[in-house]
Design a protein around this ligand. Sequence first.
Ligand code: NI
Length: 184
Amino acid sequence: MTVREILKMGDPRLLRVAQPVTQFDSDELHLLITDLLDTMHAADGAGLAAPQIGVDLQVVIFGSGLPNPRYPQAPLVPRTVLINPTITPLADADGLVTELEDWEGCLSVPGLRGKVPRFARIRYTGFDPFGDPLTRVVEGFHARVVQHECDHLIGKLYPMRVRDFSQFGFTEVLFPGLDAPADD
Ligand code: NI
């Protein structure tokens, strides 16, 4: 088990556009994924992207299939490893592509939360660690988590997506009494 250091906002390695994975099912890739999982679980994160531990590759993990203590009200998201992802916004039943705003935090931006607009419904595609293709159509919290994690692969941290900075602040001030770790 290797819990890696999570880079914090301000580190230029979080601003890179990550490189695609070209070798699947390699020892190096499986080791990276184990480190990401160990690091995410140690921090009670909803997801983690390889650039957050300083690895310049298009690999994200999210979900656990279990309730998350930092997001206890959130619907369950299956544990997923997603490599070289692409995201396509999808229309709702009325034929409209809509965005929803909701609160986000990030392990690279500890102690803060902000309201971030995200596409309400998306298709995401990519590959699993063995190079097998993965495609899902998701909405709501699941769609939000995927968009947040994949943003890390293009050098975007959620504060860069905040539109209304009256909806951005310290977790302990915004949500007093919320049972969340101080390091977010
Ligand atoms: Ni993040």
